[in-house]
Ligand binder design. Structure first.
Ligand code: ATP
Ligand code: LTN
Length: 334
């Protein structure tokens, strides 16, 4: 494939319902990147089974996530949107990379420690080697940049270390990826505990706005958002609840936090919360409408799944064959 553009790779797990945080922090920022990069966005279902999943629910969620990618504005003609499980190269490269990753490195991963503590009854080897699968995702496509949240930095550092280690032995096989942190909405906080990030696995449904929440629910959650007793709408650390609402309003309307502070000078929290609710409803409406339409069009989505899996497979296989040759596996007889 002749292409001058740099390559970008990212992915999301199909676990839980996507939140406004996932949208403002990741998806929304991905939409325009295809002008500058050759983009691959995977629904990383292999990663999902590192914690126990109900098969029917996982399948539904994976399809929903892929549809949300499109509904959020990722054009499937310009971005490769596919299921990780449809490209066997991910698992094959992950195995090879496992043999170039040290136990000590994996032991240091904070996500592993957190998830192991959360799922103490199922600390499986997949959970431990999760980062080498993530490294395989990225390196298979020779990605130059990887847009992720700050929480994934440690995995990206490991990816770079493993790639450099491999290259040091076999020559320039892998592109060394750079992390790419989005400009706005980088960290949307919980509406109930504004010092914690908004997360799809939060047990309190009022803490997160889900992408498919209806307008009344969104408004109710915004009105109930935890604030403070200062009574002034200012963008400062001492008022994390208000600061988060300013961030949300600002990410949804495109206005800068300073402009938002000016706009609501002298107004009460009640009025501001209603305005935030309205801004979120308007920001999500096009996505929700598009999602409704798309989810009815089975043939269209199926077509995208098939075509994009083929494209991803083509690119992935190229890297995989090269790696297999380098490590000394016998050539295939044609
Ligand atoms: P979980 O709660 O299951 O750990 P999550 O909501 O944190 O999930 P991930 O699947 O880990 O979501 O992340 C998907 C993408 O969304 C990542 O790039 C991540 O950095 C981004 N993201 C997640 N939560 C937020 C948030 N509150 N603000 C901004 N970006 C976020
Ligand atoms: N671990 C990431 C999801 C993920 C990913 C990737 C992100 C899996 N493979 C490759 C970027 C590139 C997460 O939990 N958000």
């Amino acid at each position: 494939m002749l292409n001058e553009k740099k390559v970008l790779f990212s992915g999301m797990q199909a676990t839980g319902n996507l939140t406004l945080g996932n949208y403002l922090g990741a998806l929304k920022n991905w939409v325009n990147l295809c002008e500058e990069y050759e983009c691959f966005y995977s629904v990383v279902d292999l990663h999902s089974i590192t914690v126990r999943q109900d098969p029917t629910v996982l399948r539904q969620r994976a399809r929903k996530l892929l549809t949300i990618y499109i509904a959020a504005g990722l054009d499937p003609e310009k971005n490769c949107l596919y299921y990780q499980s449809h490209v066997s190269g991910h698992a094959e490269l992950a195995w090879i990379l496992n043999c170039f990753t040290y136990m000590g490195e994996l032991n240091r991963m904070t996500q592993f420690k957190d998830k192991a503590a959360k799922h103490a009854d199922n600390i499986n080897a997949g959970l431990f080697t999760y980062p080498t699968l993530m490294a395989a995702d990225i390196l298979l496509y020779q990605a130059d940049v990887v847009p992720v949240g700050i929480d994934q930095m440690q995995h990206l550092e490991l990816t770079r270390d493993v790639a450099q280690r491999f290259n040091a032995v076999y020559g320039d096989v892998f592109t060394i990826p750079e992390v790419y942190i989005g400009k706005v909405g980088a960290k949307i906080m919980s509406l109930q505990e504004p010092l914690k990030k908004m997360s799809k696995s939060d047990e309190n449904p009022n803490a997160s706005i889900y992408l498919m929440d209806d307008p009344d629910t969104i408004m109710r959650k915004c009105k109930r958002a935890v604030t403070d007793s200062e009574g002034q709408i200012l963008y400062r650390e001492e008022q994390p609840g208000i600061r988060n609402l300013i961030d949300i309003y600002s990410a949804c309307t495109g206005k800068k936090p300073e402009e938002v502070v000016k706009e609501f000078d002298g107004k009460g929290y009640g009025d501001f919360k209603v305005a935030v609710g309205e801004a979120v409803v308007s920001a999500l409406r096009p996505l929700q409408e598009r999602y409704e339409e798309l989810s009815k069009d089975k043939a269209y989505i199926d077509g995208i799944i098939k075509a994009n899996a083929e494209k991803a497979n083509y690119v992935a296989t190229k890297t995989l064959r090269k790696v297999q040759r380098k490590v000394g596996f016998p050539d295939r007889v044609r």
